[in-house]
Design a protein. Sequence first.
Length: 352
Amino acid sequence: MTSSRPAPSLPARLAAFSLRARIIAVLAATTVLATVAVVYTIGAARRAQPTDPASAFGLDHGRLYFRSTGAGAGRVARLPAPDGRSGAASAPRSGHRTTGGPACERFYAAAGTGLCLQRRPGIPPRSYAVVLDRRLREKRRIALTGIPNRARVSASGRMLSWTMFATGDSYATTAFSTRTSILDTRTGYLIKNMEEIPLTLDGRRYHSPDVNYWGVTFARDDNRFYATVSTKGRTYLVQGDMRRWAARTIRENVECPSLSPDNTRLAFKKRVRPGAGAPWRLYVLDLRTLREHPLAESRSVDDQAAWLDDRTLAYALPGREGRSSDVWTVPADGGGSPSLAVPDASSPVRVP
């Protein structure tokens, strides 16, 4: 005898259909919600992340780059370059800066190469020299010790130099020690500390344990350079030769030299008052005649001034109205007057 199972009743079939429908609806709703959550999470993450320097901006010709201390504090930002025709920026411009570059304590750039000095918290804090490409993407990272202080790139983008405070944090006193490095980006050769360079002072080979170098600036040939050396409480301008690896003093009381684009003049800060209170004034030295003249900026400038062009210098000063620092410009010929170029900024450089 063949047995047969009785067919489900209509109420039972309706109940089963309703259960399946509810399961399908729940699964569909779950899928939709999961998709929405993923999309929202990705979008929120993108909004929360700093702007990718590679997509935000690169090293474009004619732009003024600087470290922003206002919007996007600590990151590299840019503006159209100040109008150099009048020898100074026409007006401060803070509302149209493009932010989102790499985070740097000091920044400089030329010819598609950027140098970013970073300091990271920790015990002890960590510092790095980061070499950047034209799109401000990292190419090389070098671990350092100390506090970032000066950064320079040669006009060709080949030679890089940076100075770190090994002890102390100000040139205004004698209680400091520096370590200055030079990197040849073409060969990859790194001079970790240039204190061992053979030095000639007043025509004689000089040796002293208290020698400190800082503020390197390169000539267009990527061989000649200028820097400050201090010893026995005095500072000197030195001219160096990379191929011969030698340096000689050429003038006293010169700090943080900066070579003009035409390679004929050096801007520098000169100690005009003793002690640690506002001791310096900006000067320009003619390398052919070795004559110097003060600039119209009478305030004390503790910075390595940057040439925006052959007529105009930019530098940072402590900020006003609660700002940490501002960038100012002044004519290089000694005339005119200082002009506020960029509020809430430091480390100015114009990419030629």
